[in-house]
Design a protein around this ligand. Structure first.
Ligand code: FAD
Length: 386
């Protein structure tokens, strides 16, 4: 396994860093922070123009044939700068599935637009009554000639209010066992009967509850075979479960270091002279190191043709729980000032400490909760019984 990236990867990373430093201006950051929407059209177009949208895709499909380490470097930089990429990520994830199982007509309609940033896709899996047990989805799609009629609701359809399509999990055969009666669809969000209502999370992020009331879509919007939705969904869940969140710890560490080394107005020694400050910052650095090693191990396994079935969840659980621990520790270190928000001009590090603490909690929930990830590790990694 690599412990250091090679020169070509680091050169690619430098290019990404320069681009992000150019485009993620304080104004853009403020706009995203205030709106709670992790998407910005201009920023997303900029990624496309620079070849950063799907760099590992083949050139003939609009990619750059980049290897997994370059893609990892890009993802690390995007996360470390808290770039507004969630809608680009979900679009790319669904585009990869369409590439695998979509009909030629669907590929024609979707892939080109997705690769140029003109088509965006949000995920509609979770429902008000089921999230972890996503196979219990109750949203119905009933066949009517060449069309399907969709009725139901989806919870946490992040970016559902701005996306062009929802990648929707729907029940098509209620009489079959729950995993076997599901089908995936792309629902155009301009369909009659579709509605998105805002839901605000603890971190200030805007997500949505989306409603489907007699939404009619043609059979051409089906993704994969009828009742084969679980297999199609598994392709995207595996991607999500293998995620690592270490670069957010790097972001926290940068802010903590800046706070600790700033010269106090009083003329006292910088805070870093205090052993407790050094101890806590070193602890964050340690958490970051372990999180990054776990994440890079998943990349290494994938590169070597091995699926990180338990290692992906290990990376996800460790990095997100470490982010929770580390951000709480730094808030405690900084003291009451740390909970002042970005809306206060003199808040330390522009209010990032309190925001990271709130943000960290959600990371242990989406893309599979820590409890669900631990079950995967126990059953599929250690071979323990259900
Ligand atoms: C900010 C945010 C954005 C999101 N974006 C999207 C999105 O774009 N699209 C989308 O479809 N979904 C999205 N989600 C939904 C997310 O994937 C779910 O919240 C998550 O899967 C958990 O489901 P739930 O909220 O229904 O909780 P539940 O599944 O009801 O879980 C509640 C608690 O019970 C525990 N639990 C549940 N089952 C088990 C079990 N078998 N064993 C042990 N413990 C268990 C859980 O770990 C959790 O602690 C988002 C969520 C958040 C918070």
């Amino acid at each position: 396994m690599h412990f250091q990236s090679d020169a070509a990867t680091e050169a690619f990373r430098d290019g990404v860093r320069r681009h992000l430093a150019d485009v993620l201006t304080p104004d853009v950051e403020q706009r995203i922070y205030r709106s709670g929407v992790a998407h910005d059209d201009d920023f997303a177009k900029g990624l496309v123009d620079r070849g950063y949208f799907a760099p590992s895709w083949p050139a003939e499909l609009g990619g750059q044939n980049r290897n997994a380490w370059e893609e990892q470097a890009l993802n690390e930089e995007l996360m470390r700068t808290d770039a507004p990429v969630y809608l680009s990520e979900t679009t790319r994830m669904v585009a990869a599935i369409i590439r695998d199982v979509g009909t030629p007509a669907m590929k024609d309609r979707i892939l080109g637009g997705a690769m140029t940033g003109d088509i965006t896709i949000a995920l509609g899996f979770t429902e008000p009554e089921c999230g972890s047990d996503v196979a219990a989805a109750a949203t119905r799609a009933v066949r009517d000639g060449d069309e399907w009629v969709v009725n139901g609701s989806k919870m946490f359809t992040t970016n559902g209010h701005i996306a062009d399509y929802i990648f929707l999990l729907a029940r098509t055969s209620p009489d079959k066992p729950k995993h076997k009666g599901l089908t995936m669809f792309l629902v155009p969000t301009d369909s009659a009967g579709f509605e998105a209502q805002a839901v605000w999370t603890l971190s200030g992020e805007r997500t949505n509850i989306t409603f489907y009331s007699d939404v009619r879509i043609g059979d051409e919007w089906r993704v994969g075979d009828v009742d084969a939705g679980w297999q199609v969904l598994a392709l995207s869940l595996q991607d999500e479960h293998a995620s690592g969140w270490g670069p957010h710890i790097a972001r926290l560490l940068q802010h903590a270091e800046a706070w600790a080394t700033a010269a106090p107005a009083t003329g006292d020694a910088p805070r870093i002279a205090n052993p407790d400050v050094r101890r806590r910052i070193a602890r964050v650095a340690l958490e970051l190191e372990v999180a990054m090693l776990l994440q890079r191990r998943c990349v290494w396994m994938t590169e070597n043709g091995r699926a990180p079935i338990a290692e992906g969840p290990m990376s996800k659980v460790f990095s997100t729980e470490a982010l929770v621990r580390a951000s709480q520790d730094i808030v405690e270190l900084v003291g009451p000032d740390a909970v002042r928000s970005v809306f206060e001009p003199t808040a330390p590090e522009h209010g990032r400490f309190e925001h990271l603490m709130r943000f960290s909690l959600g990371t242990t929930i989406y893309a599979g909760t820590s409890e669900v990830q631990r079950t995967i590790i126990a059953q599929r990694g250690l071979g323990l019984p259900r």
